[in-house]
Design a binder for this molecule. Structure first.
Ligand code: 1HE
Length: 263
């Protein structure tokens, strides 16, 4: 394994062409301090340069306890705005970068931890995972993109319930709530997320870019605008040299065939 650790608070390893990025502050349940945000930004930039897909996970018993509340207590209103905008910029680098991100979730995925997971493209939750938005209990509001990203995943009604009542959503409900696309047995999220990242990494880079950048934007467009944009992206990706080679490989029977699940 080509492996490097860039810092103690966020770890980085390159396994083949998949970057493994770990939140490594287990003694504080991987709470997101300013240092964690900046270390994440470094790891995201490095993954963009070196990898074709990335996995985000947390060390210890929890994926992430959200915003570091100890730091937040000291902030003035304008510092709070700057902090939130920085989270948006860094998490936006995951959501609208050039490579797919898969998060491996376990234990608490709460507050800003859920906002971070929501910026990844695929979420894999193990059986110990629970989701919550305890901002109301702390006297604050989501500030890491949750009102946009979490609300789009769960729907506004479910997010409103989580925020108003402190409802904790267990792994067993994660797929129905659209908080995770996969639910696996305890301890298996990282392996599953890595397997999915390897699959995504084998796609054409331009197709992955279109999926993670065009698909969410098209959802925000009027129907006719979305169809119009889709045609251009379809033509642009299909006429790339990589697409031509992949299409030829299929026609010449050099490409793997799809298999029915379990076959
Ligand atoms: C923290 C944080 C934190 C733990 N900021 N220090 N997030 C929350 O409201 C969730 C708060 N945390 C918890 O509910 C629990 O810690 C957990 C369910 C995640 C884990 O429980 P447990 O029993 O394993 O750990 P613990 O004993 O509660 O915490 C261990 C240590 O981590 C302890 O510090 P210590 O010095 O006493 O050992 C905790 O204080 C510390 N810790 N969570 C700071 N979040 C951009 S807007 C986003 C807004 C939000 O994210 S609001 C939600 C914040």
């Amino acid at each position: 394994m080509d492996s490097t650790v860039t810092g103690d608070i966020v770890t980085y390893e390159l396994k083949g062409n998949v970057a493994l990025v770990g939140l490594n502050r287990a003694e504080k349940r991987n709470a997101i301090s300013d240092r964690v945000v900046e270390a994440l930004a470094v790891a995201i930039a490095r993954a963009e340069r070196e990898a074709r897909a990335a996995v985000l996970f947390g060390y210890g018993n929890h994926f992430c306890a959200g915003l570091d509340l100890a730091e937040h207590v000291e902030r003035s209103p304008i510092e709070g705005v700057r902090n939130s905008r920085r989270w948006h910029a860094v998490f936006g680098g995951i959501e609208h970068g050039t490579i797919p991100w898969i998060s491996a979730l376990h234990g608490a995925v709460v507050g800003g931890g859920l906002e971070l997971a929501a910026s990844t493209h695929i979420r894999v939750a193990d059986a110990t995972t629970f989701f919550a938005l305890p901002e109301g209990q702390r006297g604050i509001f989501v500030g890491g993109g949750g009102s946009v990203r979490v609300a789009r995943l769960t729907g506004v009604a479910r997010m409103t319930d989580m925020m108003l009542t402190g409802r904790v959503v267990p792994a067993a409900s994660a797929e129905a709530w659209n908080l995770a696309q996969y639910v696996v047995a305890e301890g298996e999220a990282l392996a599953k997320a890595t397997e999915l990242a390897e699959a995504a990494a084998s796609n054409a880079e331009l197709s992955n870019y279109a999926v993670i950048n065009a698909l969410p934007r098209i959802q925000d467009m009027a129907k006719e605008d979305g169809l119009f944009v889709e045609s251009f992206i379809a033509s642009f990706t299909a006429t790339s040299p990589e697409a031509e080679e992949r299409l030829r490989a299929f026609l010449e029977k050099r490409a793997a065939r799809l298999k029915a699940p379990g076959a």
